[in-house]
Design a binder for this molecule. Structure first.
Ligand code: IMP
Ligand code: MG
Length: 185
């Protein structure tokens, strides 16, 4: 196995590539004739963002936001703090938020609310992963790659304490990887 902390691959890189192409095609059809501002949420969406945009055949503009959702480890909190905002007005624009995973739904609910006040033409969410069983607020992704069970995953952009983002597959960590964290310090 590629990394000693990995228990198993949940979604392989080739499955991700295939699914991402399907989503890109759908987005291409849905926004036909429109310009879209794709907003990647740093840092987890970076790999998915890159995979997705190269398969979308539309006039795209890129921007990025870095939001921190107060909370550490494996659970987010309700509040969202904008660490890095987008650098332009979104008034009258089609905004497509690209995210790694929708878990409780709090981060994206807050973010969508914040961006809505800036009067975009439309605002949609595209997420690689979705864990609907964990939802605490009513939020649905407009484009979702894979619905997964309530397991903490890493890889293809997703982290545990900033590690494992570069793994090419979405993976489940071994129990020991959580426990060993203190030993590393
Ligand atoms: P939410 O606000 O609970 O929906 O949390 C969304 C954020 O929590 C994501 O952008 C991830 O950074 C993080 N997150 C939630 N579940 C996982 C997971 O299984 N692995 C890695 N990060 C996760
Ligand atoms: Mg994270």
């Amino acid at each position: 196995m590629m990394n000693k902390d990995i228990d198993r691959i949940l979604i392989s890189n080739s499955e991700i590539e295939k699914k991402t192409k399907e989503i890109a095609k759908q987005i291409t059809n849905d926004y036909k004739g429109e310009e879209v501002l794709v907003v990647g949420i740093l840092r987890g969406s970076v790999l998915f963002f890159a995979e997705l945009v190269k398969n979308i055949e539309l006039d795209l503009m890129f921007d990025f936001m870095y939001v921190s959702s107060y909370g550490t480890g494996t659970e987010s909190s309700g509040e969202v703090k904008i660490v890095k905002d987008i650098n332009q007005s979104i008034k009258g624009k089609n905004v497509l938020i690209i995210e790694d995973i929708i878990d409780t739904g709090r981060t994206l609910t807050n973010l969508k609310q914040i961006l809505s006040t800036r009067n975009p033409k439309s605002i949609k969410i595209c997420s690689l992963l979705d864990k609907p069983s964990r939802r605490v607020v009513d939020l649905e992704g407009d484009y979702v790659g894979f619905t997964i069970p309530d397991e903490f995953v890493v890889g293809f952009g997703l982290d545990y304490n900033e590690r494992y983002r570069n793994l090419p597959h979405v993976c489940v960590l071994k129990e020991s990887a959580f426990k060993n964290e203190e030993d590393d310090k």
